[in-house]
Design a protein around this ligand. Sequence first.
Ligand SMILES: [Zn+2]
Length: 211
Amino acid sequence: MFFILYFNFFYFFGIIKGSWGDIMLKTKDILDEKDKRLRNISKEVVFPLTKEDKKIIKDMTEYLVNSQIDELAEKYDLRPGMGMSAIQLGISKRYFVIVYEVDPEATDNSKRFETYIVINPKIISNSTEKIYVDMGEGCLSVNREVDGIVPRYARITVEYFDELGNKKTTRAREELAIAFQHEIDHLNGILFIDHIDKNNPFKGQNEYRAI
Ligand SMILES: [Zn+2]
């Protein structure tokens, strides 16, 4: 047991100092789809959060905000994303961050974001209606265009804990609902590409609603 903790500590330390230094998280720090760690089933988080987890949450939030501000995304070469799970940084724990841009038409200066820090989430109810992203879903770990339909519930209710351990309930719909389902999949080792029918990528096109 001691050995495992000791190992994890230095493993973590290696990530922080090795790849990130004291500067911000970069696109290259995010695991690529070929990395087997993305297939891990992440473990439930025990409260209180460790200092390391708090730092990772802060870094993920910063990345996601900056990546959606065109000027900063370009400056720091960040691939835009609205969600990131800890496992995408190699940390096999059940938490993720979603930074949701409220008004997609807004310019850099007027952008408003809602940030969700989501720990140990459970979907407690879902609509029967399913939707999919017309342009195709994307993922910070999948650095290529992937065509095909990823069916998602149009509306879900999710229970989870915030970083202080407070229980939260969020009703999400449309794009935000998809983001929650995409990130919860990550915690279970699933990538969006797994949902696409290989023989018929556009299967369900008439059955589900495009957004
Ligand atoms: Zn993803």
